[in-house]
Design a protein around this ligand. Sequence first.
Ligand SMILES: [Zn+2]
Length: 312
Amino acid sequence: MTSESEKTPGFFLMAERSARAAGIDAPHPAQNSLNRRGLLITGAGLLTTGLLSTQAQAAGTTRHATGQTLHAPAVVGKARPALPLVMLDPGHGGKDPGAIGYTGTYEKHVAEAAATELRQQLLATGRYRVAMTRTTDHFVPLDGRVELAQEHGASLFISMHADALHNAGVRGASVYTHSHGASDSQTADLAKTENSADRYGGPLVQGTSPEVQQILASLVTEEARRGSAHMASAVVSSFQSRINLLSHPHRHAAFAVLKSAQIPSVLVEMGFMSNRLDEAALRQAGHRAMVAGAMCTAVNRYFASAGVGLAG
Ligand SMILES: [Zn+2]
């Protein structure tokens, strides 16, 4: 009850309270076209099968007595691989509101609304499956978010936030990748605040020693690191022309939610709740759609470039 009883600001009533929680969503707008494509492929397969058997008969290799049952032909060629899974991670949730803006906007609501918008845009491309670490306003511990991505075999993990800084004058979007040390003190502070989200999680998630955390962090493979850096630069370049960016917008720090050993992971700060202009912008559905559009372009670029594995 606690999570659902925390009421959202009025403008967020549009935020989806979908019954499709937790699961991987089937593409909505793209579903029909995917099905159609599936039918077309099946149709082409039948035509091919027919053609092959005609050729075989012409070659005299399969002369059957009338009424004899033919075995189904072996399937030639690979099955269509599954679409890559993008795991979206709206920051905070439930008892953890995240940053609270100047006019009282909760970061958790902005993050969820923006991630929901991005999910729609990604599904509309028909190129991806999309899952979210949460689709309702409830608390998910940081480790649980990474585990969800790993359990589902995600190809890419995108955490979405709009945090606060001490300096209310700082505004603009930025993107973060994992590293042991922070790229600057501002980023170190952010990582500290983000990681402390687990203080809401109770004793169950507090038992990890610094040594274990260090070991976990060192398990980040070179491949995941390269993929993360690649995705971060895709985000920066697609934001550049449309969304206000921080100076040096690609930063790195020891964000707990980015420590997946296998999955390229980025954390996008869409702006800062501590800045009045950023807060006002992120309250607007139109602005969030623009941010999601830029992120969708980045995802497209990421998967389109050579060397990016689609396994997952
Ligand atoms: Zn946050």
